[in-house]
Design a protein around this ligand. Structure first.
Ligand code: 3PG
Length: 360
């Protein structure tokens, strides 16, 4: 029996790796679809507070129906659970709205480049707030991961930079002759800063969300899929009054009339698709967070952006530069180095220093 134990351990370890691999592939694929519809919707109907609310509402509805039909097991929760979920839901709400506002203001690739820095936020929060440290090799592997992801999105960013520069120069020139130029400049800088700040706020908020979600799921009966379902519902309750205050039904109705006359009934399907896929990809991401550390989750989230960039290049037929492919390769290599230096990527390490590294 003694000799068969390591064999059984190795088998269950490989089964776990395969399971995590499937979760990651599903999470990333669903996110690609979400990104496409999200941008289509925001271009035609630029109300990020409403679209953020709708995606939480769709998720809540899907899960309530799944519980009622017993497709998913209804979680047993108490007041204590909802109380401890509250700060996590606040972080989820802030991170979600901030990212959507960012995407509504700038090109998707710009938001993704800033958001590729999430692992850096994760190690900073772990270090300075939780007092947790990682081996130097882990910190070093973040450089190729974040840098490579940035490089892989550079072409589109370059293009956007040219458009941006055009705005600045023409705004400046017009400033010399009229006040319209001044407004153009102010609007441009406001959009860029909202795009940048939104993505940065989202990074910080999601890192807190991930760390506290992980702690909230650890050893509890509510985990993965149901934890995210409850998170969606509480976030919906938190977000709705703010969405009404910031945008409101009047703006939504007027914007919808416009979008409907521009796009036609398809706009409804786009909105439905972005909402449903938002819920699905997040749900699967939470099923993997249940298995991995928050830092590994953030790295998975950064690598996900490469799959978004690659697929948008294929779908929108953006010309690719060698630097983009090189960036993607560097990021993949960085992730490999990370997985070699940070065992909890796929393994439950039970002893010494490594145990301390694990937030599980
Ligand atoms: C959101 O609305 O939550 C963002 O669009 C997605 O952020 P993520 O890519 O980190 O999930």
């Amino acid at each position: 029996a003694d000799r068969s134990e390591p064999v059984a351990d190795a088998r269950s370890e490989s089964a776990r790796k395969i399971k995590i691999g499937i979760y990651f592939a599903t999470w990333w694929s669903l996110n690609v679809v979400f990104n496409i519809y999200n941008k289509k919707v925001l271009n035609a109907y630029p109300y990020p507070w409403l679209t953020s609310t709708l995606s939480l509402a769709a998720g809540s509805l899907i899960m309530l129906v799944s519980w009622a039909l017993r497709i998913a097991e209804t979680p047993k929760t108490d007041l204590e659970f909802w109380k401890s979920l509250f700060p996590v839901a606040v972080a989820h709400t802030i991170g979600h709205v901030a990212a959507t506002v960012s995407m509504s203001k700038v090109a998707v690739s710009f938001t993704h480049i800033i958001k590729s820095g999430e692992p850096a936020f994760s190690v900073l929060v772990s270090r300075f707030i939780l007092g947790e440290t990682f081996p130097p090799a882990v910190y070093l592997s973040l450089i190729p991961i974040i840098g490579g992801c940035g490089l892989s999105a550079l072409t589109e960013l370059n293009f956007n930079m040219i458009v941006a520069l055009n705005h600045v120069v023409s705004g400046y020139l017009r400033l010399l002759v009229d006040s319209e130029g001044f407004c153009l400049l102010v609007c441009f800088f406001m959009s860029m800063s909202k795009g940048f700040m939104g993505a940065m706020i989202s990074n910080l908020a999601f890192v807190f969300r991930n760390i506290f979600s992980k702690k909230g799921m650890k050893g509890k009966s509510v985990s993965g899929m149901n934890y995210y379902a409850c998170l969606s519902m509480l976030s919906l309750v938190i977000l709705t009054p703010f969405a009404i205050a910031v945008e409101g039904p009047q703006m939504w109705a007027a914007g919808f009339q416009q979008a409907f006359s521009d796009i036609g009934p398809q706009i409804v399907w786009w909105m439905a698709a972005q909402s449903v896929f938002y819920h699905l990809y997040n749900q699967v991401s939470y099923m993997s967070l249940d298995e991995i550390s928050p830092l590994t989750f953030s790295i998975g989230n950064t690598m996900k952006r490469i799959s978004v960039i690659v697929s948008s290049i294929i779908i929108f037929q953006t010309p690719v530069q060698p630097v983009n492919a090189l960036g993607a390769a560097i990021a993949v290599l960085g992730t490999f180095l990370y997985s070699q230096n940070y065992p909890p990527l796929c393994k439950e390490v039970k002893t010494g220093e490594a145990r301390k590294l694990q937030l599980k």
